[in-house]
Design a protein around this ligand. Structure first.
Ligand SMILES: [Zn+2]
Length: 319
């Protein structure tokens, strides 16, 4: 339980429920990326499989260790990362699997990491088994927002909403996890994380190494180099969607920092500094919007070729 930082009220409620043996068969864990959804799901799954009587999850018994190491045969992740949505066929497949008894565990735990990406058909298929599951079955639904699930599913799940950490908690955790990183860098990542530790760690990781294409973009954008931008975007047309999205997200991050710098806030990246010095706030903001739109289009299944082509038109290098 200590693995999940902060969230004291939520943890106290769960500890009391575990101690009383009141474990639900369906939990809805909600919070944005980096908020600790997976950590909490592992704790819950371990509590369900733990064979120690006293304080579950003990974290030491064989069942707990297997869950925490991600190798427990009865803790099953339901997802197909290659698909944009969680397909209904996948839910149907596991719905049949539910009726096969656990291999070795007390429960059979189904973890759905992208519950918000189930369409209505998949949610309806899931609902059928959540309504009347075998007594050993349990479901952990992870979502960035509970409102993205059908009310009928929500009404059958115990909601667990993750809360952001305080600044003191966040900085303490960051300095423990990144002891080599200067304090001001940690503080800067924390300030941009909205209180989510995982997001702060992602920001720190990203800050350590910008992709060469990001440096190229910043340079071309700063010096209004239309030809350079075309030469940069053309090979990107052949990238996979899942490669292009993080790359363009990094460009968004550079422009956000350039805007922050222009507003007098501190920034870390040299790339953002040169953009901020050479372009107006309006130009940065305009490009930021177009890049965000591009990321959304990619997430909505528009091809990388079409998006890179559109960006050549959209990115205005005049002002
Ligand atoms: Zn245990």
């Amino acid at each position: 339980m200590e693995a999940l930082l902060g969230n004291e009220r939520l943890k106290a409620g769960l500890a009391a429920a575990f101690a009383a043996g009141r474990l639900s068969h369906c939990y809805l864990i909600a919070g944005p990326a980096g908020s600790g959804k997976h950590t909490l799901a592992r704790i819950l799954a371990a509590a369900m499989e733990c064979t120690e009587g006293e304080k579950r999850p003990c974290g030491r018994c064989l069942q707990c260790r297997k869950v925490l190491d991600g190798v427990h045969p009865d803790v099953i992740t339901v997802d197909d990362p290659a698909r944009k949505i969680v397909p209904v066929e996948l839910i149907r497949k596991y719905r049949a699997d539910v009726y096969i008894k656990p291999n070795e565990g007390l429960r059979k735990v189904y973890l759905i990491p992208r519950a918000m990406d189930m369409n209505a058909a998949a949610q309806t298929a899931l609902l059928k088994v959540i309504e009347e599951p075998p007594d050993y079955a349990a479901f952990l639904l992870l979502t960035d927002g509970a409102e993205r699930l059908l009310p009928t599913i929500r009404s059958r799940a115990v909601p667990l909403q993750l809360a952001p950490l305080t600044e003191a908690q966040g900085l303490e955790a960051l300095s423990r996890r990144c002891p080599q990183t200067p304090r001001e860098k940690l503080a800067e990542a924390w300030a941009r994380s909205e209180g989510w530790l995982g997001r702060a760690e992602t920001l720190l990781r990203e800050g350590e190494g910008l992709a060469p294409e990001t440096l190229g973009f910043a340079a071309c954008f700063a010096r209004r180099d239309k030809l350079g931008l075309t030469e940069l975007l053309t090979p990107l047309e052949r990238k996979k969607r899942e490669e292009l999205i993080p790359l363009l997200s990094q460009w968004v991050e550079v422009l956000s920092q350039a805007l922050a710098l222009r507003a007098g806030q501190p920034g870390r990246w040299e790339a953002a500094r040169s953009v901020g010095q050479n372009r107006t706030s309006a130009a940065c903001l305009q490009a930021l919007r177009q890049l965000r739109r591009s990321v959304e289009l990619l997430q909505g299944n528009v091809s990388p070729g079409a998006v890179c082509g559109a960006l050549q038109v959209w990115l205005d290098l005049r002002e």
